[in-house]
Design a protein around this ligand. Structure first.
Ligand code: C2E
Ligand code: CA
Ligand code: CA
Ligand code: CA
Length: 279
C-alpha cells in the first residue's frame, strides 16, 4: 500500500450520522486490531543537524485495516483515547519499540535514542511508571535511550498525575521531550513546569521557514530559549534544504523530516542501519 496522509479516507463528504457510525465501527474494530496483527510501528530517523548522522528515531503507529487499508494515527488515536484502548495499545507500542531498539542496539551498536509518543490518557494512569519500568526490565533497553514524547496540547491542570508521572519517568532514567512545541496555549508554562530534556519544534513553524518572517523569528527565539534553559531542540517536518540551512545556522540540535527520511518499516530501517555500518 502507498504511504497515506492524514485522514485519508475521510476526504469525501459524509453526514454527521455516517461519520458517527463510522467511528463506532472503527472503535469496535480497533479493539481487536493489536491482537490481529493489524498494528505496526514505523520508525523515522532523527539526525544530528551538523553531521546529519542518525542519532535516534521516533516510533510511529500504523493501522492497516483489512478492508479500509491504512488509517492515519491522526484519525484512530483519538478514537483509541475515547475508548480507553490507548492504554493497552500504548503499552504494546512501548514494548514493541523498546524491544526493537534493544535488538538494533545489540546488532548495530549505534546507541540510537528511541522516541515514543505518550497520550494524555496514558499519563493519567496511576501505573504508568510500573509499566515503563517493566518494559525496560523485560527488553533490557538502556533507560537513557528512551525518550517519552508528551504533546503540548495536554493541559497540566486536566491531567493531575502529569507532573508526578514525568518526574517518575526521569527517576527511571528516561528522557522527556515536549512534542508539538509552540502549538499549545501554554508553551512557556509547560517549559517552566515540566521536567523536559528537550523540545520538538512543531512542523507548522518549520514549514514557514523562508515564507513567514514571524515564524522564523519564533523558531530562532525558541531554539535560543531552549538552549538557555539547557534543553535540546529537535525540529520536526524538515522537508527542504532551506529549512535545513536555516535550522543549522540557528544551532538547532537535531532534525526530523522527509528531507532526510520518511518513517520506515522495520526492514527498511535495518537496511539503512546496515548501510551506515558499512560506511
Ligand atoms: P507527531 O508525534 O507530531 O509525529 C510527527 C508526524 O509528522 C508523523 O505523522 C510523521 O510521519 C509526520 N512527519 C514526519 N516528517 C514529516 C515531514 O517532513 N513533513 C510532514 N508534513 N510530516 C512529517 P504520523 O505518523 O501520521 O502521526 C501523526 C500523529 O499521531 C503523531 O504526531 C502523534 O501525535 C500521533 N501518534 C503516532 N504514533 C503514536 C503512538 O504510538 N502513540 C500516540 N499516543 N500517538 C501517536
Ligand atoms: Ca511525536
Ligand atoms: Ca510533533
Ligand atoms: Ca503533531
Amino acid at each position: 500500500a502507498k504511504h497515506l496522509g492524514r485522514n485519508n479516507f475521510q476526504i469525501y463528504e459524509v453526514s454527521p450520522e455516517q461519520a458517527r457510525q463510522h467511528d463506532v465501527a472503527l472503535k469496535s474494530r480497533l479493539r481487536t486490531a493489536a491482537r490481529n496483527g493489524e498494528l505496526k510501528l514505523v520508525y523515522q530517523p532523527q539526525v544530528d543537524a551538523a553531521s546529519e548522522d542518525i542519532v535516534g528515531m521516533e516510533a510511529l503507529l500504523r493501522w492497516e485495516h483489512p478492508e479500509l487499508g491504512p488509517i492515519s494515527p491522526a484519525t484512530f488515536i483519538p478514537l483509541a483515547e475515547e475508548t480507553g484502548l490507548i492504554v493497552s495499545i500504548g503499552e504494546w507500542v512501548l514494548r514493541t519499540a523498546c524491544a526493537q531498539a534493544q535488538d538494533w542496539e545489540r546488532r548495530y551498536g549505534l546507541r540510537l535514542r528511541l522516541g515514543v509518543n505518550l497520550s494524555a490518557v496514558q499519563l493519567m494512569e496511576a501505573d504508568l511508571l510500573d509499566t515503563v519500568a517493566a518494559v525496560l526490565r523485560e527488553t533490557g533497553l538502556d533507560p537513557g535511550l528512551l525518550e517519552l514524547e508528551v504533546t503540548e496540547s495536554i493541559s497540566i491542570k486536566a491531567v493531575p498525575n502529569l507532573l508526578e508521572n514525568l518526574h517518575g519517568l526521569h527517576r527511571l532514567g528516561c528522557r522527556i521531550a515536549i512534542d508539538d512545541f509552540g502549538t499549545g496555549a501554554a508553551s512557556l508554562d509547560y517549559l517552566r513546569k515540566l521536567p523536559a530534556d528537550r523540545i520538538k519544534i512543531d512542523q507548522s513553524f518549520v514549514r514557514n521557514i523562508g515564507l513567514d518572517p514571524d515564524d522564523e523569528a519564533i523558531v530562532r527565539a525558541t531554539i535560543e530559549m531552549a538552549h538557555r534553559l539547557n534543553r535540546g531542540v529537535v525540529a520536526e517536518g524538515v522537508e527542504i534544504e532551506s529549512h535545513l540551512a536555516f535550522l543549522r545556522a540557528n544551532q538547532c540540535d537535531e532534525l526530523q523530516g522527509y528531507l532526510f527520511c520518511r518513517p520506515l518499516t522495520q526492514i527498511s530501517f535495518e537496511n539503512l542501519l546496515a548501510e551506515r555500518q558499512r560506511l
